[in-house]
Design a protein around this ligand. Structure first.
Ligand SMILES: [Ca+2]
Ligand SMILES: [Ca+2]
Ligand SMILES: [Ca+2]
Length: 144
């Protein structure tokens, strides 16, 4: 336990076993509750969770592959379940899926190539619509 600002409360907690770090928790806004945690495997971060609005509930979960982000899931509406799921390839965003509030099975997925949005797929009421993107990632609404 460490208390960097000297207020008597721990701001950082390291959990380790046999000399290997298992997790590090941080209290970034110093309110006495941990709001960021990294999980380690053989000395590398493999997973993290964050409470970015500091309400005591984690709202962002990430996985890492060789130090690069692999997936990030975000709870945008605060119900404790992820609504935005992003996947990365070699640390570069490859696609991002947003669960729409209109229904359980409605999704909005953006695909990326070399970091630029290349395609948008909308799934709604069991129907799928694909929209192409221009070279700057803008959606082109012209029908194919
Ligand atoms: Ca906190
Ligand atoms: Ca939260
Ligand atoms: Ca949610």
């Amino acid at each position: 336990m460490e208390d960097e600002d000297g207020d008597g409360r721990a701001d950082c907690m390291v959990v380790s076993s046999n000399g290997l770090t298992l997790s590090i928790s941080n209290d970034r806004n110093r309110d006495g509750q941990y709001d960021y945690r990294d999980h380690y495997l053989y000395g590398r971060v493999v997973r993290s969770e964050a409470d970015n609005d500091f309400d005591g509930q984690f709202d962002e979960w990430a996985t890492f592959y060789f130090g690069f982000p692999a997936t990030v899931e975000t709870d945008a509406d605060g119900d404790g379940r992820g609504d935005i799921f992003s996947a990365y390839t070699n640390g570069v965003l490859s696609y991002s899926t947003i669960r729409m509030t209109t229904g359980k099975r409605d999704f909005f997925t953006e695909y990326y190539e070399h970091g630029i949005r290349s395609k948008v797929v909308i799934q709604k009421d069991g129907m799928e619509r694909s929209l192409k993107c221009g070279k700057y990632g803008q959606i082109e609404f012209s029908e194919e």
